[in-house]
Design a protein around this ligand. Structure first.
Ligand code: SAH
Ligand code: SF4
Length: 365
């Protein structure tokens, strides 16, 4: 079977070329053609010797995941659905803003971590995406957004906040990150690439050493009892370990703060007392907060906190000097908002028929 060159970062592509008896600079040229210029046809790579193009045509291919659908929201958000085989699809969302264009990329088909309020988690875990499938979302989005051949990039930022837990697919995620940062590929600065994690502590430590980019951590609760329910991985890596990992991460991070994401669930984690406990929890971690109004999806037992409560929550955090933003819900009309990504029409949940979480239990804590 042909080797998919989208699976390689610069150094593994150079190794592959060495195996073909080709010089490293040839690998760099091909990398540029693929990622800077969005080229998938070896014959169009005009400065590559014909003999090498011939070799590549026989042994290799440049194959991104196929686009299944491409939807436009009224607010400019655009959602791409990609076929990743075996009946699985993943979603990628482009969010244009005045000063930037952000691409929200998926790293797994489904997710095993089973957070109570997340539609991706509800679908269960299918599999890790390959490097070609992760970077292929950026490759395709660049092409579909129409700027693959110019130096002016519509996509200025990438956030790994789509489907899946990036740090549970560590190797492939890091290889894709290297391509995002590589000047011969996408050339994004480390500050403009953000990994969002639900808190896989050992993998956060590895990321800090191997490829430190901006970090967002899905916090969602100020204490272990509530977080154990909402983000079950907390039972393995409780808050004191998570806070320590955040502090360590900042020693190598390209930004001097961690972003804490906090989904606002009506009557569950959104009281003034929760906000105050949160300020105590993060006292020693330089951070910003991003409050995410809960996005409902079919069958979810939660409701979005009312706006005045979200405002009050933000005021308390800001009163303690913590920069706090509330995420504008984007793309809701095309189910592209945070937590609404499901990637397929069929609900594969293992939990059909039984409640995901007892709201009563959570509320009484
Ligand atoms: N697995 C990673 C990244 C993907 S989820 C993580 O959990 O961080 C991206 C963000 O969307 C996370 O902060 C997640 O908690 C949040 N999210 C999930 N479901 C949501 C929903 N229904 N409404 C609002 N935000 C949600
Ligand atoms: Fe997985 Fe993130 Fe959803 Fe939790 S919130 S189930 S970690 S994708």
């Amino acid at each position: 079977m042909a080797v998919n060159l989208l699976d390689f970062d610069a150094s593994s592509l150079a190794d592959y070329f060495a195996g073909l008896d080709e010089k490293p600079f040839r690998a760099r040229q091909v990398l540029r053609w693929m990622h800077r210029f969005g080229q998938s046809d070896f014959d169009a790579m005009t400065d590559i010797a014909k003999s090498l193009r011939e070799k590549l045509r026989v042994h290799a291919e440049i194959r991104p995941p196929a686009v299944v659908s491409d939807k436009f929201s009224d607010d400019g958000t655009r959602k791409f659905l990609f076929d990743v085989g075996g009946g699985n699809a993943v979603e990628t969302v482009f969010i244009p803003e005045d000063d930037r264009g952000t691409l929200c990329v998926s790293t797994q088909a489904g997710c095993a971590l089973d957070c109570a309020f997340c539609s991706t988690g509800k679908q269960g875990f299918n599999r890790n995406l390959t490097v070609a499938e992760i970077i292929g979302q950026l490759w395709q989005a660049n092409r579909l957004l129409g700027d693959a051949s110019t130096d002016e990039r519509i996509i200025s930022n990438v956030v790994l906040m789509g489907m899946g837990e990036p740090l549970a697919n560590f190797e492939n995620t890091v290889t894709a990150l290297r391509l995002m940062l590589d000047d011969n590929a996408y050339g994004l600065s480390r500050r403009r690439v953000t990994v969002s994690t639900s808190g896989l502590v050992p993998a956060m430590d590895r990321l800090r050493e191997e490829c430190p980019v901006a970090l967002a951590v899905s916090l969602h609760a100020p204490d272990d009892a509530l977080r154990d329910e909402l983000v079950p991985i907390n039972r393995k890596y409780p808050l004191h370990e998570l806070m320590a990992a955040c502090r360590c991460y900042l020693e190598k991070a390209p930004r001097d703060f961690v972003t804490f994401e906090y989904v606002m669930l009506d009557g569950v984690n959104d009281s003034e007392a929760h906000a105050r406990r949160l300020t105590d929890l993060v006292r020693n971690v330089p951070c910003k907060f991003n409050l995410i109004p809960f996005n409902p999806f079919p069958g979810s037992p939660f409701r979005r906190s009312p706006s005045p409560r979200i405002r009050r929550f933000a005021e308390i955090l800001m009163g303690e000097g913590i920069v706090t933003t509330t995420r504008k819900t984007r793309g809701e009309d095309i189910d592209a908002a945070c937590g609404q990504l499901a990637g397929q029409i069929n609900d594969k949940t293992r939990r059909n028929g039984r409640p995901v979480i007892s709201i009563q239990k959570v509320r009484s804590q």
